[in-house]
Ligand binder design. Structure first.
Ligand code: NAD
Ligand code: G6P
Ligand code: MN
Length: 444
């Protein structure tokens, strides 16, 4: 069986150790000959990488492991780049959340003004990774889950339309895992689903038992009406286990109420209930603070402990099993499996009554030539209206980046359903420009 060479971009990410463990668990499906970590922050990456080195020596010494900040080393001789970078780190996520909140608006990593700010940092950084990959390993594929995926994917569509990049999000995976638990199924892979929308902005229209064809929606509805996506066990794996995520899963009840024919993505709460979200936010301690004090601290403390002890045999780092969707995606390309997966792709007529140039999240068949989006047909007025507005936000952000246009960015913020007026949009924008001056293109 062929063995693959992989670079993880964002080697210093809090998710890297769990993803490395997950890759080891999946060696039968996706055998690895070479694994490299790449980051532009040497010190941060070193801690994660030295711990991963020990882990790999103990569990998979046959894999050639290295880490680097040199793009030539990182991107030469690779089959896949798994990209999860965060330009500006958690320090900037904190500002993305706190600046809009200061103006009474949703402060969130990927939605509203915060997501727009993060988008303008991520666009040039992800494009740079694509260019490195195309230069040093032109046949390689990038599996990108760097956020904000909606804006990043739209930038890929406009700026690098021919690049071998697939953009993917793990939120639908987690939600489908919840459906499985709610219904007493072993795995979400026992479902055939239909879903459409934008990234962090979509709806399931069908959830069927793959083997019997039974429509499972009625049973899920009963649960969601009462409990949202909160499951009996209270959680699913390591991610999305904090209390703030529990609030999000319960709030699904109210999001669902707006269209009980479908099952919503959790992120719709930011667009449909922004007033509720702001009221329930702590302006001084946001999700970024929670993650810095939680996941980030835990991961780095554990990496340092592994390094100090010289062994990872007793490590508390858990396999990011839910992240095995990345292996599903890689194997679909490598072995032409034709797996059906939700990806963020150009619409191109899949949603019949929607802008063909919009970047949407829909089921695709993945084979060795990439993603083939499925036909969705026409969508209802409510969803179409919401999506139209949000697509324009995302398009305007990418245009603002390319043209260096203050005006287009102001229009983007004004159009966001999370911001009440052009005046508030302008006030937020001016604060964001100041905070992001080391990252954003110059706006005129
Ligand atoms: P993190 O800050 O812990 O790690 C990100 C790493 O990227 C850091 O080590 C940083 O130095 C590095 N980096 C930043 N800019 C870079 C650049 N230009 N080139 C190379 N490396 C760079 O962040 P995290 O919380 O682990 O998240 C990582 C990313 O994964 C984020 O974008 C996050 O939003 C994303 N994510 C996406 C999904 C999804 O569903 N799509 C799920 C989880 C996380
Ligand atoms: C979900 C989303 C990701 C997002 C993450 C945030 O997994 O799909 O796109 O990055 O949540 O989680 P966090 O724990 O960092 O708040
Ligand atoms: Mn996501």
């Amino acid at each position: 069986m062929k063995k693959f060479s992989i670079v993880i971009a964002g080697g210093g990410s809090t998710f890297t150790p769990g993803i490395v463990m997950m890759l080891l668990e999946n060696q039968e499906r996706l055998p690895i000959r070479k694994l490299k970590l790449y980051d532009n922050f040497a010190e941060r990456q070193e801690t994660v990488a030295e711990a991963c080195k020990i882990l790999l020596q103990e569990r998979a010494p046959q894999i050639e492991f290295s880490y680097t900040t040199d793009p030539v080393d990182a991107f030469s001789d690779i089959d896949f780049c798994m990209a999860h970078i965060r330009p500006g780190l958690y320090a900037m996520r904190e500002l993305d959340e706190k600046i809009p909140l200061k103006h009474g608006c949703v402060g969130q990593e990927t939605c509203g003004a915060g997501g727009i700010a993060y988008g303008l940092r991520s666009i040039p950084a992800v494009i740079e990774l694509i260019d490195y990959m195309e230069k040093y390993s032109p046949k390689a594929w990038m599996l990108n889950y760097s956020n904000p995926a909606a804006i990043v994917a739209e930038a890929c569509r406009v700026l690098r339309p021919k690049a071998q990049v697939l953009n993917i999000c793990d939120m639908p995976i987690d939600i489908e895992n919840r459906f499985a638990e709610i219904l007493g199924y072993k795995s979400r892979k026992q479902f055939d689903v239909m879903y459409y929308g934008l990234n962090h902005f979509g709806w399931w229209t069908e959830i069927k038992d793959t083997s019997t064809g039974e429509n499972l929606m009625p049973r899920i509805r009963k649960h969601v009406k009462e409990n949202g996506y909160l499951t009996p066990s209270g959680m699913n794996g390591v991610q999305h286990a904090d209390d703030s995520w529990k609030d999000t899963f319960i709030k699904v009840r109210d999001v669902y109420a707006l269209d009980p024919q479908t099952m919503p993505n959790t992120y719709l709460k930011y667009y449909l209930y922004p007033d509720y979200v702001v009221e329930h936010s702590n302006k001084d301690f946001t999700r970024a603070n929670e993650v810095m004090a939680g996941r980030e601290k835990k991961v780095f403390t554990e990496c340092r402990r592994i390094i100090a002890n010289g062994t990872a045999k007793d490590t508390s780092i858990q396999v990011e099993e839910h992240a095995s969707y990345i292996v599903d995606l890689a194997t679909a390309i490598a072995f032409n499996t034709k797996e059906r997966m939700l990806l963020i792709v150009p619409n191109n007529g899949s949603i019949g009554n929607f802008d063909p140039t919009a970047t949407v999240e829909i089921p695709c068949i993945v084979d060795n030539s990439g993603a083939k989006p499925m036909q969705i047909g026409n969508i209802p007025e409510f969803q179409k209206g919401m999506m139209n507005q949000q697509v324009s936000v995302e398009k305007l952000v990418v245009e603002a980046h390319i043209e260096g246009s203050y005006l287009k960015l102001w229009q983007a913020l004004t159009l966001s359903a999370t911001i009440p007026s052009a005046a508030v949009a302008k006030a937020i924008l001016d604060d964001l420009i100041e905070a992001n001056k080391d990252y954003w293109v110059t706006l005129n």
